[in-house]
Write a protein that binds this ligand. Structure first.
Ligand SMILES: [Zn+2]
Length: 410
């Protein structure tokens, strides 16, 4: 027996007015007109329809803690130091409550799939894993939540982190995340992650090359290791702001290496703008990676939210349409011919970065869809329009309305 399906009538798909029929969690049909019998119909005439948004790099376990500590200030502690201190007091319930708030906001703003980092170290041990696994189950119908076992504090400062990461992978976490700049020997750190990823058969996600001193560059070494270990297409790098300060010829070589290794680059523009360039006496560095050059060279690029209301990004908010506007502003991507591919960075490109199969507005794909109050992507980003419907596996999981009244006549 098949259940009642859902029919979106008259939405704009790639600029054309289309009906989208969904049944049993899949897109059954996309056509100029679909017979409505057997479907619940929603009229979305001339509203932009995009595939469900995909967060590829986000930290729900340390969301909403900005009010527990100070913000960044000249000569003050780094955000890593501030958050490490707070983490010691995190309980499972505390993490669950804060992360749930972040996830609910993400769903409300159109995210249907998320790959989140969960910190594992001597301070928080496996409490974040426990909280996020509970959320995976509790929100299963609304959000596909995938988890990365993430070593925010490095792996060579204590005797427990490596074992805890392995334990998390054994319990089923689907990806492994490193942070080379947190250890003195970055290459030894990277080596451990490749060996462990191969042992468990999981993809890798590095926080990499976040600073502005080219002496610490790791992208070239990570690309070489990716090729050596045959992990093409299964490695992602977050941040990579250092690319921006390399000489153009050097940068082109690194970008070519990333391309050869089929490494995915995930930019986190809201965090870069808050954290980077703080020591510059003149011309404050934006810290955002070269998204345009990477894309032109054929590298898969995505954008994501990263931090939410903590010292890394006190104004962080899991709304990918907002990150699109921030990226457009920060990375010279605001021309009308560029904005459509800015949206690809949190939809199709993001899906590719985390190997989501059955994704997109095509028949047979998962029925994960967002309907926006705009006629095209440029308007959606520029006006930060409302996401009218968020649909997960053919079911409406969020409906949003925004009203305004103008009183222009005297
Ligand atoms: Zn991050």
């Amino acid at each position: 027996m098949t259940s009642q399906g859902l029919l979106l009538r008259g939405g704009l798909v790639g600029g054309e007015r289309r009906d989208i029929a969904m049944r049993d969690g899949r897109i059954a049909r996309i056509a100029p007109s679909v017979e409505a019998a057997g479907y619940d119909a929603l009229d979305v005439t001339d509203k932009l329809v995009l595939p469900g948004f995909v967060e590829t790099h986000i930290h729900p376990d340390k969301a909403f803690i900005a009010d527990r500590t100070q913000g960044l200030r000249p000569g003050g502690p780094t955000p890593q130091v501030l958050v490490a201190e707070l983490k010691k007091a995190f309980t499972v319930d505390d993490i669950y409550r804060r992360a749930r708030r972040a996830l609910e906001l993400a769903v409300r703003h159109g995210t249907t799939t998320m790959r989140a980092h969960v910190e594992i170290d001597a301070f928080v041990e496996l409490r974040g894993v426990e909280a996020l696994r509970r959320l995976q189950r509790d929100l299963a119908g609304a959000l596909d939540l995938r988890l990365i076992a993430f070593a925010q504090e490095g792996i060579f400062h204590d005797g427990v982190t490596q074992d805890l990461l392995r334990e998390a992978l054994k319990s089923g976490l689907g990806a492994l995340g490193g942070c080379p700049y947190m250890d003195r020997d970055q290459r030894a750190h990277i080596d451990w992650f490749f060996e462990t990823a191969r042992e468990f058969g999981v993809p890798l996600d590095f926080h990499a090359d976040s600073g502005d001193d080219p002496a610490f560059l790791t992208a070239d070494y990570i690309a070489a290791q990716t090729i050596k270990h045959g992990m093409h297409g299964r490695v992602t790098l977050g941040h990579v702001g250092m690319l921006d300060v390399l000489e153009p010829a050097h940068r082109a070589r690194i970008i070519a290496q990333l391309h050869d290794a089929r490494i995915h680059v995930i930019s986190l523009p809201a965090t870069e703008l808050h954290v980077k360039g703080r020591a510059d006496a003149t011309r404050t560095w934006r810290g955002v990676t070269r998204l345009g050059e990477l894309r032109a060279a054929g590298v898969n690029v995505a954008i994501s939210t990263n931090n939410i209301v903590n010292p890394f990004t006190p104004y962080g908010h899991p709304d990918l349409l907002r990150q699109a506007l921030v990226a457009a502003m920060a990375a010279h991507l605001g021309n009308l011919d560029q904005l459509p591919w800015v949206a690809e960075m949190f939809t199709t490109n993001a899906a590719r970065a985390i190997a989501l199969d059955d994704y997109g507005l095509v028949e047979g794909a998962a029925a994960d869809v967002v309907v926006l109050d705009a006629r095209d992507v440029a308007q959606a980003i520029t006006e930060q329009v409302e996401k009218l419907y968020v649909i997960k596996r053919g079911r409406v999981v969020a409906r949003n309305t925004r009203t305004s009244e103008l009183f222009l006549a005297r």
